[in-house]
Design a protein around this ligand. Structure first.
Ligand SMILES: O=C(CO)[C@H](O)COP(=O)(O)O
Length: 258
């Protein structure tokens, strides 16, 4: 088990500036559990303001994507140094929505992971199999390929920096998604951990994401090899996020003191 539980949310392409501000202000006034690392990932335009509102708290702010080059003729793209300048500390890479709708390849994810580390950002690398791949019994093979590609540009030195995976089965994500059963999550996380340790020489924390909610969060977060949760819809209201945080903090504390 990693030292801290990582529990965070990406807002995807949601919220007005006012809603983003109110969420951050409310969150800034709350106290996190010592063993939980909280993080939120707003859309690009809100990163700086949200980061400023959360300055001095334990909450890290992230971005949902970036380019691998630090600058250049890449119209419409955003680079790692720009994100860091806005106050981002984490960057989400390879989410299935980007892989599906924006043709993001394993190679591009690998380049982005390297660039993120080079510029002091924590990559949160999203991996996961589709429903068809699961049905064909290919889940472990897909996950291994994605982990290998994500780490393929890194050198030994790079593994001294923090790095996170989020296992998000594509069939579990969003409206119409079904949360993965805990036994299934446990098996996939064990596999991801094994591959990541072989490549990096150390355990890489891996979060679970996909239809996480208040009812299933404690069972998921206490699965062996699950180092946190990456939440979408259920944490888009700040009260929803705080509810999941407190349930997980209690469950984890019970587990460690048992
Ligand atoms: O990105 C995700 C978590 O932020 C993921 O897609 C899960 O979304 P959810 O199914 O709405 O929780």
């Amino acid at each position: 088990m990693a030292e801290k539980l990582w529990i965070g949310t990406s807002w995807k392409m949601n919220k007005s500036g006012e809603e983003a501000r109110r969420y951050a202000q409310r969150l800034a006034g709350t106290q996190g559990a010592k063993h939980v690392q909280r993080f939120i990932i707003p859309p690009f335009p809100y990163i700086r303001e949200v980061a400023e509102l959360l300055e001095g708290t334990d909450i890290l702010v992230g971005a949902q994507n970036m380019h691998w080059e630090p600058s250049g003729a890449w119209t419409g793209e955003v680079s790692a140094p720009m994100l860091a300048d806005c106050g981002a500390r984490i960057v989400e890479l390879g989410h299935s929505e980007r892989r599906t709708h924006f043709n993001e390849t394993d190679d591009a994810v690998g380049r982005k992971v390297k660039a993120a580390i080079d510029h002091g950002l924590i990559p949160l690398i999203c991996i996961g199999e589709t429903a068809a791949q699961k049905l064909q019994g290919e889940a472990d093979h897909v996950l291994k390929t994605q982990v290998e590609a994500a780490l393929s540009f890194l050198e030994d030195e790079d593994f001294k920096n923090p790095l996170l995976f989020a296992y998000e089965p594509v069939w579990a994500i969003g409206d119409g998604g079904t949360p993965a059963p805990p036994d299934y999550v446990r098996a996939r996380h064990a596999r991801i951990r094994k591959v990541a340790v072989e490549l990096s020489g150390q355990p890489v924390p891996c979060l679970y994401g996909g239809s996480v909610n208040a009812a299933n969060c404690t069972e998921l977060v206490t699965c062996p090899d699950v180092d946190g949760l990456f939440i979408g819809r259920a944490a888009w209201s700040v009260e929803g996020y705080l509810d999941i945080l407190s349930r997980c903090a209690i469950a984890e504390k019970r587990k460690t003191t048992a």
